[in-house]
Ligand binder design. Structure first.
Ligand code: A2G
Length: 432
């Protein structure tokens, strides 16, 4: 484990205000084009640069800008490393990264070194070295490295976060989160290169490749909102985990079934795939517990669980959304009262617009809007580089634990002691 010396504390750091935020996009697949579309609705944004290896994807992004009445962006393409020229171009204040996972951290590092903030899609980092490198480079350059965990901005998650902040849960004792989503459609449909927009699948089956790894390769949708509610890295921190994984009962059969008509799938024949379900149990330094589940290959309904259990209150989003006090579930009237009392300012302000613009029901827009608002007003980031590292490191650490008979493994303190004095970022808006 490498522990860099503390260069600078990025938690709570307010970078110089930006009147206009010049955004460069790297990676215009299905996720990237959605982000370009959403930026067209946010004030104070200029999309100045676009990078992808597929010209058709770039054309799609330019068309999105034209539709929003925005000027054309400079194009960067031609190779896998064309992003380097974008990062060094001096044209951008923020690099928004939605590439396949293996490129997330290399692009983020180039962005920060080139003088821009980085906003990185999930899953953000794949290895412990990548986690530490993000932290080191962010501190050295004083550039933000934000993890784009949209689930932290969903309506119920924001409501329960505000309730936790206002003390409604009493002491939060336990949380559960998950990414349970049958990805059969996404895994086994290949985008066509002449399409200006992705069709929701993964170029060269890159996500299926990621699922040859025996780890929780997608921990942050479940973990992010729980960590926010528990003020992880700001008063508490993740201490250690233990992980377990079932065998693979479906993926290998699916691959075998489809492979005769799919030459691209033949490379997976005989390969061991990720098991259907993997789980992590995490203990925090302050003695609280978190359970995370991850299953993308079982035929079952979607769930991120999002359960928070405190000494005064209980909340759970999936399978049936409810809040309870003691044994008593809140009825409709009580839910309304809670929503009136605890809906945070961001939802009151842009919740309706977010629902219209869309992106997972509005949460993607609230995330992007908040990111831009913070940069324009010099506010600290809700999800900083320490969160990016602490949430992402579950992947390599779960891999080790699974390989070692579920032995516990320490989760590093990426803040190097600052978690004890770091303060949660206020949910109130100061911006314009
Ligand atoms: O399915 C959903 O949209 C996921 N997001 C996203 O992370 C990705 O896995 C996608 C499949 O391509 C949520 O569930 C919030």
């Amino acid at each position: 484990e490498r522990v860099p010396r503390m260069e600078f504390n990025m938690c709570g750091y307010a970078a110089p205000k930006l009147d206009k935020v010049r955004v460069g996009f790297v990676g215009i697949g299905d996720r990237g084009i959605g982000a370009v579309d959403r930026m067209g609705f946010i004030e104070g944004v200029e999309v100045t640069a676009i990078c992808d290896t597929r010209q058709a994807a770039i054309d799609g992004a330019q068309a999105s800008l034209a539709k929003a009445g925005l000027p054309k962006a400079k194009e960067f393409t031609g190779s896998d490393t064309a992003f380097k020229a974008l990062c060094d171009s001096g044209l951008v204040d923020l690099v928004y990264i939605a590439t396949p996972w293996e490129w997330h951290v290399p692009v983020a590092l180039a962005a920060m070194r080139g003088g821009s903030h980085a906003a990185v899609e999930v899953s953000t980092a794949k290895t412990m070295d990548e986690c530490w490198e993000m932290v080191e480079v962010s501190e050295q350059t004083k550039k933000h490295c934000v993890i784009l965990e949209n689930c932290c901005y969903d309506f119920f998650e924001l409501l329960t976060l505000n309730m936790a902040r206002q003390g409604a849960f009493g002491d939060l004792v336990h949380g559960e989160g998950a990414y349970i989503h049958d990805l059969d459609y996404w895994h086994f449909n290949k985008p066509k290169d002449d399409k200006p927009r992705g069709d929701g699948a993964y170029d060269k089956l890159w996500r299926l490749h990621e699922n040859t790894r025996k780890a929780n390769v997608y921990p942050t949708h479940g973990l992010g909102p729980i960590c926010q509610a528990m003020d992880i890295n700001r008063g508490d921190r993740l201490d250690y985990l233990t992980a377990m994984m079932s065998d693979d009962f479906t993926l290998k059969h699916r691959i075998k079934e489809l492979a005769p008509d799919r030459p691209d799938l033949q490379q997976f024949i005989g390969k061991e795939m990720r098991g259907n379900m993997d789980m992590q149990m995490i203990r925090t330094v302050k003695g609280r517990t978190i359970m995370i589940q991850h299953d993308i290959s079982s035929p079952r309904p979607y769930s991120r669980i999002h359960m928070l259990s405190g000494t005064k209150c209980f909340a759970q989003k999936w399978p049936l959304k409810h809040i309870a006090f003691g044994h008593k579930k809140a009825d409709d009237a009580k839910m309304k009262e809670l929503e009136e009392k605890y809906t945070p300012e961001i939802v009151r302000r842009i919740g309706d617009m977010a629902k219209q613009v869309g992106g997972h029901g509005g949460m993607d827009f609230m995330m992007d809007w908040r990111l831009i608002d913070c940069l324009r007003n010099g506010l600290p980031m809700d999800m900083d580089v320490y969160d990016a590292a602490a949430w992402s490191c579950i992947t390599p650490l779960s891999e080790w634990s699974i390989l070692n008979g579920s032995k516990p493994i320490a989760i590093p303190d990426f803040t190097r002691g600052k978690w004890e004095t770091n303060k949660p970022v206020e949910l109130t808006l100061k911006g314009g």
